[in-house]
Design a protein around this ligand. Sequence first.
Ligand code: CMP
Length: 140
Amino acid sequence: MAVTRTFSIIKPDATRRNLTGAVTAMLEEAGLRVVASKRIHMTREQAEGFYAVHKERPFFGELVAFMISGPVVVQVLEGEDAVKRNRDVMGATNPGDAAEGTIRKSFAESIEANSVHGSDSDENAGIEIGFFFKPEEIVG
Ligand code: CMP
């Protein structure tokens, strides 16, 4: 299995509850290595650009408002089959559907305040990493 990279966001509901370390520990226990990390407060333009694929969805306005409601931690994660590995440990988007032992089952408050984002494909991981990180900010 190839070592690949994925992109993660620890969302405002998790940073507000001081869960950055707890979430990161679960990522690391799942076999992912944090090779880049920064705490930022996204601008509206950044959030709208990042989630542009969802702009026709009815929840787009609320999603953007939530993502700029507080600081987030953006990370690049590296590991074997990183996209799937991360999605497995995150759990289902809706915490009501998330399996025991996943981040969202453990910490998410709702489908919107669901504590973490993770890329859904290798292609999108590359795009999302490039949205927030310069190559020299990623140290494997
Ligand atoms: P994320 O992986 O960050 O990608 C888009 C986000 O939209 C998703 O996680 C959810 O947190 C959020 N969202 C809010 N409402 C919904 C909804 N009804 N269906 C799917 N995603 C939603």
